[in-house]
Design a protein around this ligand. Sequence first.
Ligand SMILES: [Zn+2]
Length: 198
Amino acid sequence: MKCPKCYRPVDAEAHRCYSCGYSVSVSRARFGGGDQSCLLGKIHDNSHRMRMGERERVMKLISRLEFKFPQLLFCTYLQEVPEGIELSEVGFWLLNHARIDGAGACRPNENAVLILVDPQRKEMGMSLGYRAEALLKEDRMLRLLADARSALIHEEYGKAIEQVFLRVGKDLKKRAARCVACPPSSLSRPSNHRTHRS
Ligand SMILES: [Zn+2]
């Protein structure tokens, strides 16, 4: 597992990052909660940054992905993040504390693929629940985020999110094809989510 603040490795059992001191209690102090009182829709875009039609296309894509991969939860969060807070911290907190629309026993937060966008900073990140993390490689996710950077810079947020989700879907399909011959024992291995930055 990696610390959402400094990205250095941390023991899964550790309550606090040895390098920077970050802990779940820090995220609780910053963002509050712990009782899953925050409800996160599949598309969070309260400031309406997505262009006309983009939201609909992203929603359709999320529905297609969830149909193909019924054990996974796909969602996106567009929000300006206050100074001094990393997108990875927001993703860490949301996956730990938010009630995500559509989440349940078969599709818990641990299986989430969350794309975060800060339109002010022009930054995009991805937070993965620990089971989703076992399916998607970190360096590959960084590449997908970097490839969507052009759309992000041009404020085509829906297009950027769509690009990343489409390629995540392709990667998952390839992974599923490989798993037919060899079931993934890694699905039951505990880990933690991490955030990638473009
Ligand atoms: Zn740290």
